[in-house]
Design a binder for this molecule. Structure first.
Ligand code: FE2
Length: 506
């Protein structure tokens, strides 16, 4: 422990020095001026300074103030023979640890040292607790920040992952609504796209929580260019807000938020969200993750549009091939589209999902596309085919699969083309698949195809009457045809007379 005594009275310095020696202080410095004290303390730390109030030069109070500015851990005890309340308060305010009134006794010094020591312990404990509290608060703050980041990363990953599995436009529109509501815990959401035919209008793609409106609803803003006003108007039209309602979509913590969707920096749509659950409004975190979703979704929408365009062109080319095959024989015209219509109707009765109906509508018309690779003389032969000719005919499903390969169809879709001549008993071609080894959509097309073949006129024979065709289907249940598919198809085929054909648009 180091102690400094500063007093211009040598007697006081000497007496105090003896007291401290008695108290086993080893390092005692005795000075007679405030200036000397300031110089000495800059050379090293002192635990205690006992300082006279009245000294020549810099007085005790001024010296105390300067010491306290740079050495706050040093305990300064002010000594005076004439204490006043004002002096005491002034000294304590300036950083004095205690006050010692002259003349003093050894006991007084001991009491002061003990009091300061206790105070020091209390202050150290207090300081440590404060440090711990601050650290805890800092850790909690970091934890909250970390949780936010983890949630944000998880959401971003989830968005990217979900988008990679979406390949239908309607599904994408539903995803935008459901995911944004999920992210923000909002009650209302509406996804709009700009109307190409009218620059002041938008078309609703999907919504949730709104009283009215659905996909295809046109919403007129009656204005152009000024984005904020358009947002305001759209909130009014879609969410039923009044013009006076406070819904500044630009501000965080508002009850409503709008997220723009851009493709190549060109705005093409808007996502409107409203009524977040709980007291807080939409915040910067919501905005960040929603903008991320908007960017990723916009990329998907653009890719889908390009892909759809490419597929439409490819399909158009394929369909012209089918048209070329059917045009060669007036008796097979429209065969593929009729077969597709029958197949879709049967699939509906069998409870197939919308995706499967879509597969049939896409691939049904292409089921015989491989016939383009078969010689016309065989295809149009009016007499019985030789075995060699029949073998050639049997290659058309595989040729078809090769032709449609650029369409990148899935297995169910490919099977509609590859396996539309399989039989339930396994004696069909090209893979001799048995029973349900042939995928369901192909088994449906087999029945539809056979019914149309039987009921249509051919160059070498008249088409069979519908009743006779139905009889044939029933007789060949479990040998040529899937019994369940035949059962499902009967009600459809019975509806048509010899002259009637399904004319439902594909
Ligand atoms: Fe065929």
């Amino acid at each position: 422990m180091r102690v400094m005594i500063v007093d211009d009275d040598p007697m006081v310095g000497e007496t105090l020095g003896m007291f401290f020696e008695h108290l086993n202080f080893k390092n005692i410095t005795i000075l007679d001026r405030g200036e000397k004290a300031l110089t000495e303390i800059d050379r090293g730390h002192f635990d205690y300074i006992f300082m006279d109030l009245m000294m020549p030069g810099i007085g005790g109070l001024e010296t105390l103030k300067r010491i306290h500015e740079t050495h706050q851990l040093t305990n300064v005890i002010i000594m005076t023979g004439y204490p006043t309340m004002e002096t005491v308060i002034d000294a304590m305010r300036s950083g004095a640890s205690d006050f010692l009134v002259k003349p003093f006794r050894l006991q007084d010094i001991k009491i002061i040292l003990e009091r300061i020591s206790r105070l020091k312990i209390l202050m150290e404990n207090n300081w440590r607790l404060n440090q711990e509290l601050e650290q805890k608060q800092e850790v909690e703050k970091l934890n909250i920040e970390l949780q936010k980041r983890i949630r944000s990363q998880a959401l971003m990953y989830d968005i990217v992952d979900s988008l990679s599995r979406i390949n239908r436009t309607e599904e994408l529109h539903r995803f935008v609504i459901n995911k944004s509501i999920d992210i923000c815990q909002a009650k209302k959401a509406c996804f709009l796209i700009r109307d190409n035919d009218n620059s002041s209008s938008y078309i609703m793609l999907s919504q949730k929580g709104l009283d009215n409106g659905g996909p295809g609803k046109r919403i007129s803003t009656g204005m152009e260019k000024i984005e904020e006003n358009i947002n305001r108007r759209l909130f009014e039209r879609c969410f039923g807000l009044t013009p006076d309602t406070d819904h500044d979509s630009k501000l965080p913590n508002s009850n409503y938020i709008s997220i723009p969707f851009n493709i190549r920096n060109e705005p093409f749509g808007l996502l409107l969200l409203g009524e977040k659950t709980g007291n807080s409004g939409f915040d910067a975190d919501d905005q960040f993750i929603l903008r991320f979703m908007a960017e990723r979704t916009a990329l998907n929408i653009e890719n889908m549009a390009l892909y759809d365009n490419l597929m439409q062109n490819l399909m158009a080319s394929m369909m012209s091939l089918v048209g070329a095959i059917e045009a060669k024989d007036i008796y097979t015209r429209q065969h593929s589209s009729r077969v597709t219509n029958y197949a879709v109707e049967i699939a509906k009765i069998m409870g197939c999902a919308d995706d499967d109906l879509h597969r049939l509508r896409t691939c049904g018309p292409l089921h015989d596309i491989g016939k383009i690779g078969i010689d016309d003389s065989i295809l149009n032969k009016k007499t019985r085919l030789t075995d060699i000719e029949y073998d050639k005919i049997k290659t058309h499903p595989l040729i078809g699969v090769n032709i449609v390969s650029p369409l990148m169809l899935d297995n169910e879709e490919l099977a509609i083309i590859r396996n539309h001549h399989e039989r339930w008993d396994g004696r069909g071609y090209p893979d001799n698949l048995k029973a349900d080894e042939t995928p369901l959509l192909a088994r449906i097309l087999i029945v539809a195809d056979s019914f149309d073949a039987m009921s249509s006129d051919r160059a070498y024979r008249k088409g069979l009457p519908i009743d006779k065709c139905i009889e044939e289907l029933i007789q060949n249940k479990g040998t040529q045809f899937d019994p369940d598919v035949v059962d499902a198809s009967l009600s459809i085929f019975r509806e048509y007379s010899d002259q009637e054909r399904i004319s439902i648009a594909i």
